[in-house]
Design a protein around this ligand. Sequence first.
Ligand code: NAP
Length: 285
Amino acid sequence: MTAQLIDGIALSKKIRFEVAQRAKALKEIGIQPGLAVILVGDNPASQVYVRNKVKACEESGIRSVMEKYDGSMTELALLERVAALNSDPAVHGILVQLPLPAHIDAHKVIEAISPEKDVDGFHVASAGALMVGQPGFWPCTPYGCMKMLDSISYPLKGKHAVVIGRSNIVGKPMALMLLQQSATVTICHSATPDLKAMTLQADVVVAAVGKINVLTADMVKPGAVVIDVGMNRNQDGKLCGDVDFESVRQVAGWITPVPGGVGPMTITMLLVNTLTAAERLGRAH
Ligand code: NAP
């Protein structure tokens, strides 16, 4: 068997087209959706991520404001900027690019963002809303994974999903989203004694670890759906995921590639969240 690809680039294109249509409809009633992106310091990877997010906004009709600050910015100054953006009616979404310099408490900064503008979905209020199934913003990466499953009309109800990784931004919210769709969910992490015993039972595996070849062909049930969130560099400096793609694609039923899988979907769901924020806030005014 050779797995079918779930193409994150093609799916992103389709969703971004819908985002652009929604942005146009908002503009017609006088609302220009706006995202503020704050970058502190000069982390090269963060600079690339932020540039890609700003570019994606522009292409979809979302106004984006990039605020770049020196790495010596104080926590207080950053909190004041967030407060100013919270009360700016032209800004519907606020994103503070992580990681922040060590002298700034990232949790404190995220909690300072108004939950109505928390388009990254990292605020405790957003996490709580997801937990209890109330409307809120879902973290973009697991949200993108759910859209990928949706794109193949995969019936999650009653299926066994195994999530490898338990971070607050990927693994845990991913597990909650799968649970919400009535999958039976197992969460694995670095203390899981026999990962293979778990993944071999899985109809869906989501790998969100950050280590090359965490999932190999002998660990996958034939026909399973494999979603690879990992972003790693191999010995040649090439971008690759957590999954041994070439071997696993011979066993799985569906698989996401890296690059061209979850990565583009993450940015796409940021656009979706920003549009949703603009629609909600626009309606409230
Ligand atoms: P993270 O915070 O470092 O979490 C990694 C998780 O993997 C932890 O829960 C850890 O367990 C677990 N883990 C580590 N080694 C393991 C092993 N051998 N077996 C099973 N579990 C193991 O990372 P993250 O932020 O969730 O990101 C995960 C990966 O996704 C990274 O490669 C990141 O770059 C990528 N990512 C990609 C996107 C995208 O847009 N494509 C977005 C976000 C993240 P413990 O909790 O026990 O330590």
